[in-house]
Design a protein around this ligand. Structure first.
Ligand code: NI
Length: 193
């Protein structure tokens, strides 16, 4: 691939129906390589360009266990607490309680739609950064939701596959508010990516 001035590139995001989104991604073995750093730069550029909260490498056609996520403040998630920008490679997730929470999700690979998805409320995740250093965090709420959504992409799972009540899946501008979902918090969880 030609690269001018080593600039990061906005990559095309695959959309649901593309078989590459259904494949399992393979672990990263070599860290801090020019290829890995270029991939991460492209992913961040793409996520920022699309105002996403997260992105997984398979979404741009790269079958590696790499996800990024995070935002300080986003017009798309005005009420969501900030999530630090995070590179998470070869992730492992562990629920910290049995408790689940339903919440709206959307996905850059499923544009225009959203659905109500159950997720673990609290979890611990472990993985590596770009340099191969391991780290772990215990998180909850929106942060936990984003991590679960992104890591699902590494196993070929898109959020519609987790929806329990398909009546709560539809176009963002058409779907009525779900019971218990106040108008005030409608937008803060509109998009998970
Ligand atoms: Ni997604």
């Amino acid at each position: 691939m030609l690269r001018r001035y080593n600039a990061a590139m906005i990559r095309e995001v695959l959309r649901m129906g593309d078989p590459r989104l259904l494949a399992s991604a393979r672990p990263v073995r070599d860290f801090a390589t020019p290829e890995l750093l270029a991939l991460l730069a492209d992913m961040r550029e793409t996520m920022t360009h699309l105002d996403g909260a997260g992105l997984a490498a398979p979404q741009i056609g790269v079958a590696l266990r790499v996800v990024i996520f995070g935002f300080e403040a986003s017009p798309r998630y005005p009420e969501a607490a900030p999530v630090p920008y995070t590179v998470l490679i070869n992730p492992e997730l562990e629920a910290l309680s049995e408790e689940e929470e339903e919440g709206w999700e959307a996905c850059l690979s499923v544009p225009g739609l959203r659905g109500m998805v159950p997720r673990w409320k609290r979890l611990r995740y472990r993985g590596c950064d770009a340099q191969g250093r391991t780290f772990e965090r215990a998180v909850e709420g929106f942060h936990a939701r984003v991590v679960q959504h992104e890591c699902d992409h590494l196993d070929g799972i898109l959020y519609p596959m987790r929806i329990r009540d398909m009546r709560l899946f539809g176009f963002q501008d058409i779907l009525p508010l779900a019971p218990g979902d106040s108008a005030a918090d409608r937008t803060d969880r509109d998009d998970n990516e």
